[in-house]
Design a protein around this ligand. Structure first.
Ligand code: ATP
Ligand code: MG
Length: 439
């Protein structure tokens, strides 16, 4: 992409309405624009990142054997009356009437809908387990939308639903998601801490929140440092195998959030040199809730003896749009965003320091063409601007690698390569620079 033609409305000043760094940087980097409280339009740069995050989420969901569907955003009130949640849900639900005065709503989540889809399609235990997910916009009329996309009213969520014949099966489904979540967040360069979560009035069931560490997070985190140091990406996960040992390994280390935090237990469980107190952002939540929806909504299958069995269900959410902000919270500096390569909007920023210099511009165009031919996403700053402005913009938008070409270096056969994350700069011949960025 040529920057001279790209829709990238960056801002020099810090927008007054943004209280936290990710919100500021997303506005300044021209990624989003607010349309109403907690409702955002995604501009080209922001949308690229959102899609990259979505792709990683999808790949890791698919790896578990889950199947992707797409359910609508608008649902009928009657559907929610079946589970009893229509009246219970409260003012966070956006209630709508159509032209025939039928009550509708903008879905805040999809348990009811997926339960009816399952109920109509599966009749026997032989067809279990089933695991379906979608990535779709949700609406929750949050009392206080804030922090940009971190707590929006309209936001993109991945929600997955599992259906099993018994608790043992549901636990297997739960464990698959647990492992998939660890990998999903690690691939985005994030340290996700699985925290045992409150299961509310149903009680006794299983639930974990996945919290990533960032100073501006809304939750307090008390955990064993060992959790932060653990690696999951080096491992291959066989989703057909028993994943309980893996889950046990991660849940045996102490981790808690504010509400559940018990100072005495933390100190008893974790030696002083391994205690970590930090702040975090909830990016995912997994939940096993048994027959909470299948019983009232009659999602039953026939068992081996012909008996009717209400299916055991779980639901598993990831805040896809929240992750864009969360990654920035975890990875930025004074100059701007530092994207992990896996989610970066472009891998390489190419800076032409003198566009009216024929040799420089030819070197840039050649490199731009060859990187594109290799399938490497490159943003070419071919604008007629002074170098300082180009450096500032490229640092702000956080592209992982910058290749800087100017007349002096070029005369010596060199380009400058800058690594955004470390700030390291090197003068290299072009081929060395390309090798360094893995091109
Ligand atoms: P929170 O406690 O942050 O309000 P929640 O527990 O209500 O979230 P879930 O129902 O568990 O949210 O939704 C699954 C995921 O969707 C959350 O882990 C979070 O990452 C994301 N999410 C929830 N609410 C919002 C929101 N208002 N804006 C952006 N993402 C959200
Ligand atoms: Mg939650």
């Amino acid at each position: 992409m040529r920057l001279s033609q790209y829709f990238l409305p960056t801002l020099r000043e810090n927008p007054a309405e943004a209280q936290i760094v990710s919100h500021r940087l997303m506005l300044r980097a021209g990624m989003i624009r607010q349309q109403a409280a907690g409702i955002y339009a995604w501009l080209p740069l922001g949308y690229r990142v959102l899609r990259n995050i979505e792709r990683i989420v999808r790949e890791e969901q698919d790896a578990t054997g889950a199947q992707e569907v797409l359910m609508p955003t608008i649902q009928s009130a009657d559907l929610w009356r079946e589970s009893g949640r229509y009246d219970a849900y409260g003012p966070e639900m956006l209630r709508i009437k159509d032209r025939h005065d039928r009550e509708m709503l903008y879905g805040p989540t999809n348990e009811e809908m997926i339960t009816t889809i399952f109920r109509d399609g599966v009749k026997t235990y032989r067809d279990l387990p089933r695991n379906l997910y979608h990535i779709q916009w949700k609406f929750r009329d949050e009392v206080r939308p804030r922090f940009g996309v971190m707590r929006g009213r309209e936001f993109l969520m991945k929600d997955n639903y599992s259906f099993d014949i018994d608790k043992a099966g549901a636990t297997r489904s739960y464990n698959k998601m647990f492992a998939a979540y660890l990998r999903t967040f690690a691939r985005m360069g994030l340290k996700a801490i699985p925290m045992r979560a409150d299961t509310g009035p149903i009680g006794g069931d299983l639930s974990h929140e996945f919290i990533i560490l960032a100073d501006t997070g809304e939750s307090a985190v008390f955990c064993d440092k060992g959790l932060v140091d653990k690696d999951i990406l080096g491992r291959t996960i066989d989703y057909q195998a028993d994943l309980q040992p893996l889950v046990n390994e991660w849940t045996s280390l102490y981790a808690a959030t504010d509400e559940m935090h018990d100072q005495a237990k933390f100190e008893a469980d974790v030696p002083a040199d391994r205690r970590l107190t930090a702040r975090g952002i909830e990016v995912g939540h997994i939940f096993y809730f048994g027959t909470k929806y299948s019983s009232p909504m009659n999602a039953v299958v026939s068992g081996p003896k012909g008996e009717s069995i209400a299916v055991e269900m779980g639901s598993y959410g990831i805040g896809v749009s929240r992750l864009v902000g969360a990654i920035i919270e975890a990875s930025h500096d004074d100059a701007g965003i530092i994207w992990p390569e896996s989610v970066a909007p472009f891998k390489v920023g190419l800076l032409n320091l003198k566009i009216d210099d024929g040799a420089v511009s030819k070197a840039c165009t050649d490199l731009y063409t060859s990187l594109k031919a290799k399938g490497i996403e490159v943003l070419y700053d071919d604008r007629d601007l002074r170098p300082g402005a180009k450096f500032a913009d490229m640092d702000l938008i956080g592209v992982p690698w910058q290749v800087i070409i100017g007349p002096k270096g070029l005369a010596a056969g060199k380009v400058e390569l800058k690594h955004r994350a470390t700030g390291a700069r090197e003068e290299l011949v072009l081929d060395q620079a390309l090798a360094r960025i893995g091109a």
